[in-house]
Design a protein around this ligand. Structure first.
Ligand SMILES: [Zn+2]
Ligand SMILES: [Zn+2]
Length: 210
């Protein structure tokens, strides 16, 4: 799972997700982490703690914002808390190993902060970014499917707007790109037909098959 958004519970029910083996956090903004408590339901079925991965910023904020999860009291009263193992990594590392799979972290600039994208083989997930450093573009070389941040049409100081997203599309040259984190500027029917070949708007519930 990448991130636990505010809608995580609804999304997990809609997609009938049977289990969560690990969570890769991109960064600790509320829209990406605030569903974290819902992981508790998966603990009920799976019994074991779920590893959650993040860079220094993410792990610091998670410890602070969810102290009851990461620094729990010795004796827990009531129904229990999510059982999560925090795995902190530096996004400049070559890869992180999750369930025997090598996943490549992609360091992104999100305003003045570092957000982390992830590459799984030929697929990359790159959201919440206003700039992709050259070393990170290098890590994205050869991806065939790219999921890319694109907040709106007009410029924004922490996200790609359409023009910047399409510039990144040109540099990365994936076979297919889906724009995500879209604001209400993007009327689907209007914009889907205006985008360059191979570039599409993502939508809630989109499923991609190999
Ligand atoms: Zn953000
Ligand atoms: Zn966001």
């Amino acid at each position: 799972m990448i991130d636990t958004s505010t809608d995580f519970r609804t999304q997990a029910l809609r997609a009938k997700i049977p289990r969560v083996d690990a969570v890769l956090y991109t960064h600790p903004h509320a829209d990406h982490i605030n569903g974290i408590d819902e992981l508790r339901s998966f603990n009920f079925f799976q019994k074991d703690p779920i590893p959650v991965y993040g860079n220094d910023w993410t792990c610091e904020e998670l410890r602070k914002k969810f102290e009851y999860i990461f620094t729990p009291p010795k004796v827990i009263e009531g129904g229990g808390i999510p059982m999560l193992t925090l795995c902190q990594f530096d996004a400049s590392c070559q890869f992180i190993e999750v369930m025997g799979q090598k996943i490549i972290p992609i360091s992104l600039r999100h305003g003045s902060k570092e957000c982390v994208g992830y590459r799984f083989g030929s697929v990359a997930y790159v959201t919440d970014c206003s700039f992709i450093p050259d070393e990170s573009l290098e890590r994205l070389r050869g991806v065939s499917l790219l999921i890319l941040d694109c907040l709106r049409i007009t410029p924004h100081n922490t996200h790609f707007n359409l023009e910047q997203a399409l510039e990144a599309v040109e540099k990365i040259r994936a076979e297919k790109t889906f724009l995500t984190h879209l604001g209400h500027d993007f009327d689907y029917g209007t914009w889907e037909t205006k985008l360059p070949k191979g570039v599409h708007l993502a939508y809630d519930g989109l499923t991609l098959k190999r």
